[in-house]
Write a protein that binds this ligand. Structure first.
Ligand code: FES
Length: 386
């Protein structure tokens, strides 16, 4: 989970806000202004943000947006990191870009590769995420990003921002892919290297291609990572770590870094999927029969209270039940990763299946991920507004 909270700054005050300053996640329909091919399997999609929404879509590098489309009659939501530093605002309007890589069997990513063109309209959630805050404290430091595949996306925004913001910040990127043809942003990275030859260090690791240095060839497993951290990137020279990629890789990197004595608070990580990828399945249909034993769930959202019954035998999540009466209940990944569905339990209790998004202090204050929470009390009151 991201380890730092996003500071609320004057530049990011657009849109409705929650009690702790986070921005309420909201969808608006945006028009695709450009689609750029990055690799055979990946595209960069740019959305035009009109002047009246520019404040709401102001973001910090490292944040993400959720996209929502209807495909074959099914609502599909997918989260994608913003891949560029915030674009300048011209005549009030601006833009934002994400990179979409084809996932094996992925409904949205497959559709986007073949069908998505400039002019399409897509629902885009206002930017969210905490893989970003405290960047201003990184001036003059050595920052390392470890990314795999599409995990490069937030790194592009972070590296460009950090290298541009200070003449003394150094960024080292360890980026792993199967082969050169899979490397997203290959030319952009080379351009960035040309621009910052001494402050940006790039290490491409290719699992199915032989590189001159054996340590940069083959899959990054624990042994290879330890070798890299013993030779190419010495943890003692690093101030801050950013990890983004599949759960297994990020988890392994965190364990190795911890074992090497890197304090947890200097390791930030971002996951959009835990490998189970339930996001494309959307909410589960649950029938509520008269007289059936059910939990009674009260939902406070945008100042309006709604109540729904959730059959005990259905074992459904609080979010799943909430969506029957509040289709506007916020969610993106459905997998306990993004934190978009966060709410606070005001009455009653739940058990949570997975949590890769909430920090210990949030759990102590009663926050839960509603997509992962199951009621354990007859009556439950959750509040999305606090
Ligand atoms: S929707 Fe992402 S954590 Fe619940």
């Amino acid at each position: 989970m991201p380890l730092f909270r996003m500071p609320v700054t004057a530049a990011h005050e657009g849109g409705p806000r929650l009690a702790d300053g986070r921005r309420r996640a909201r969808f608006h329909t945006l028009t695709v202004s450009d689609v750029r091919r990055l690799t055979d399997d990946a595209i960069e999609v740019t959305f035009a943000v009109p002047a009246e929404l520019a404040d709401e879509y102001a973001y910090l590098p490292g944040q993400y947006v959720a996209l929502r489309v209807q495909l074959d009659g099914t609502e599909v939501r997918r989260s994608y990191s913003l891949c560029r530093p915030p674009a300048p605002v011209r005549d009030g309007a601006t833009s934002l870009s994400v990179a979409v890589k084809r996932d094996e069997g992925g409904l949205f990513s497959t559709w986007a590769q073949t069908e998505l063109t400039a002019g399409f309209e897509i629902d885009v959630m206002s930017p969210q995420g905490t893989f970003t805050s405290g960047l201003d404290q990184l001036e003059g430091t050595h920052v390392v990003g470890i990314a795999a595949g599409s995990g490069i996306t937030p790194m592009m925004a972070l590296a460009r921002t950090l290298l541009t913001a200070s003449d003394t910040t150094r960024f080292t990127l360890l980026y792993t892919n199967r082969s050169t043809s899979d490397v997203m942003f290959l030319e952009d990275l080379a351009d960035l290297k040309d621009r910052y030859p001494t402050r940006l260090v790039l290490h491409h690791v290719l699992s199915r291609e032989q590189r001159t240095a054996p340590v940069l060839s083959g899959r990054i497993d624990e042994q290879k990572l330890r070798t890299i951290l013993d030779s190419l990137i010495l943890p003692s020279t690093v101030d801050e770590w950013f990890l983004c990629g599949p759960f297994a890789l990020v988890d392994m990197c965190r364990e190795v870094l911890a074992d090497l004595g890197v304090p947890n608070e200097h390791v930030r990580f971002e996951l959009f999927t835990t490998g189970d990828a339930p996001a494309e399945r959307g909410p589960r249909r649950v029938e509520v029969r008269a007289g059936e034993k059910a939990y009674r769930i009260e939902i406070n959202l945008d100042g309006v209270s709604s109540t729904v019954e959730s059959p005990v035998d259905a074992h459904e999540s609080v979010l799943n039940a909430a969506l029957r009466v509040r289709p506007d209940a916020p969610f993106a990944c459905s997998g306990g990763v993004c934190g978009t569905c966060r709410a606070r339990v005001l009455e009653g209790s739940v058990t949570m299946t997975e949590n890769y998004a909430l920090e210990p202090d949030e759990l102590e204050r009663g926050y839960v991920l509603t997509c992962q929470s199951h009621p354990t009390s007859d009556r439950l009151v959750v509040d999305y507004d606090v």
